[in-house]
Design a protein around this ligand. Sequence first.
Ligand code: GRF
Length: 214
Amino acid sequence: MDGVIVLISGRGSNLKAIYNTNLKNIIKCVISNRDDAPGLQFAKDNNLNTEVIVSSKFNSREEFEKQLALIIDKYNPKLIVLAGFMRILSATFIHKYAGKIINIHPSLLPAFPGAHAAQLAINAKVKVSGATVHFVTEEVDAGSIIAQGIVQVNSTDSVNELADRILEVEHIIYPFVIKKILLNKISINKEQAVIEKEPEDEKNLGKHFYSIFY
Ligand code: GRF
């Protein structure tokens, strides 16, 4: 299986989930744009390759991304996984890695893009929300949807309660999608991502099997 680069800026719980879901060997490098990201410490503690490119030290996005691309190209990954990476990437960068960058967002896109997705879901009084894994394109939180996992939204939920419930789903569907891509089990048909179903998927996804395949 080819490897991935994981880009983080903070906590790194999705990085941990990827690491803990039998995928630690496929992480070629963890790149953080902050030197104080807790996820970076996790990566170091677990002997993953790490690189830090402090974005705030660069004069322009272009210079930051040039450095980022240099490091990425050194590892020649099959996939670039954004896991709580809090920088918007330029069109030039995204085109350079077209079809190779994925992101996870804590809502059922196209509902509630941008920051504060859980807050927006509560404000809208929706009954269900969830997480979306999608390819990254120029438009923020757009791009072909690969998989979505659903959670219930309770009328009494605080933002943190809902965000935590969504995070649990993220930790199941993100490693799942990454593995499928690395195994070439995801194809794009008229901009729609199609996942090839395998016998072990139901066991691995639990109740989220149904939101992904039915
Ligand atoms: C997650 O909620 C993810 O959906 C969003 O950023 C958050 C990252 O969390 N893109 P973590 O750093 O992986 O814990």
